[in-house]
Write a protein of this length. Sequence first.
Lengths: 252, 261
Amino acid sequence: MPEAATLPTRRDEAWRYADIDAVARIGATALDQWRDITVEAGETWRETMVIGGNAPELHRIRLTVGKGARGELFATNVGQDFTRLEIEITLEEGAHFEFGGVTIGGGNAVREFVTKTVHAHPNGTSNQTVRSVHWGTGTGNFLGEIKVARHAQKTDAAQDFKGLLLEAGASANAVPQLEIFADDVKCAHGATIGQLDESARFYMAARGLSPEVTQRLLVQAFLGDAFVELDDEETRSALLNAALKALEGADL
Amino acid sequence: MRKEKEHAVLTIENLSAEVDGASGTKQILKGLNLQVAAGEVHAIMGPNGAGKSTLANVLGGKPGYDVTGGSVTFKGADLFDLDPHERAATGLFLGFQYPVEIPGVSNVQFLREAANAQRKYRGEDPLSGGEFLKLAKEKAGLLKLDMEMLKRQVNVGFSGGEKKRAEMVQMGILDPSFAVLDETDSGLDIDALRVVGDGINAIMRAPDKGVLLITHYQRLLDVVKPDRVSILAGGRIVQTGGPELALQLEDEGYDAVMADA
Ligand SMILES: Nc1ncnc2c1ncn2[C@@H]1O[C@H](COP(=O)(O)OP(=O)(O)OP(=O)(O)O)[C@@H](O)[C@H]1O
Ligand SMILES: [Mg+2]
């Protein structure tokens, strides 16, 4: 019997920065809609997505990456309303998971990436890079849970988050959550939140670049990290351009 | 020979400015007067902390520096009416004492955007990718900077001397009518000093251009021979003379020369 879906609350760790009212507007049944993907042993699966529009969106993916296989997901989140991408990943022996994400936008919306990476077997690796750029009272979140099972030795998991706030009212949140039961593992995570570098801005102005162009170049440079592991020029620029287009609409 | 005031590229009159520091505001420039005629290279020397970089920053319009009095006329217009990027497009170039690193932005992208932003402001057509690269190659060659350096991120991982040389490549590409060069010689080795000095002469020595050359040492002035030399101390120009003033400073030091005056 499937359980009737009920709305999460902000007391749930994975929903603590979410816009629960927006979830209610989507309807609780959306919570049951998981996309299941299995990457067979030795295969590579890659998906890139631009998500977010004028209404709330919830995307839920369950990804199982088989022995020695590779799962890659890259996403630009330009939601003008609550937009959440949630991924649950299970890694078999020697599997790799790669995630690159960008949240960008102003208004009052919350955009978030929520990942739960389970290193279930030895020698698995995962690398997650998220960049968030916000203004107005916009918010970007990255909640990354990593579980390393007792026998998943030689796991190497990395998470890196950077937030760039263009206006004082904007915010960004990074919540790494590690549960490690094996002893021979590497888990690195870093999170920083800052503003545009004032001295770089003046330097660029002194060379004739307007504040708008300066901002575009600096944001573009900032976002680049999220997609460096995406080995396809065309889709990489598509994801970056979608992000920069969101910036163009900014009333800063 | 002092030229007529109408031929001045830059006229600074009774300029006062303060800086917003951590411990409140502090007045740095205290009624500074200076004029640079067309075709002139004017060296500024002065003790540490005198306000030389502050003058450069105020001319460039750096946030945090407030003009509290006086005026600056650049090519006949009020410089302070313009935003920093407009000053650049009008022909003012600031060579930084400490050039800034911009991770993630390549020199080529940065300079092409900058050159075309300036051209657009002046109502000129943009340079195509090919035209820009040709220009960049020529100026990098002039400054003996490996073209590969221009493909790298702006100043990131550049040595002190490479940064200064890259500043001059930028100046060559942007071709300003007036340059304020803040200790462009510091950090340069002996050979680089000559290359940079020759570069400044090649790019900026023209009848309608001007240079404010901030430096502590005669060795740059041996290459870029200044028409005039001024001493900036305590936020004001306290003495102006010909090239011999720099030589006298090198021999006797600030205290002795300023006491003589
Ligand atoms: N942003 C700032 N905050 C606080 N104090 C400042 C700031 N900028 C300049 N000052 C102060 O103003 C004074 C003049 O500084 P400035 O950098 O203009 O000197 P300078 O003549 O260029 O010296 P140097 O020869 O060492 O480069 C110094 O006392 C300096 O500490
Ligand atoms: Mg200085």
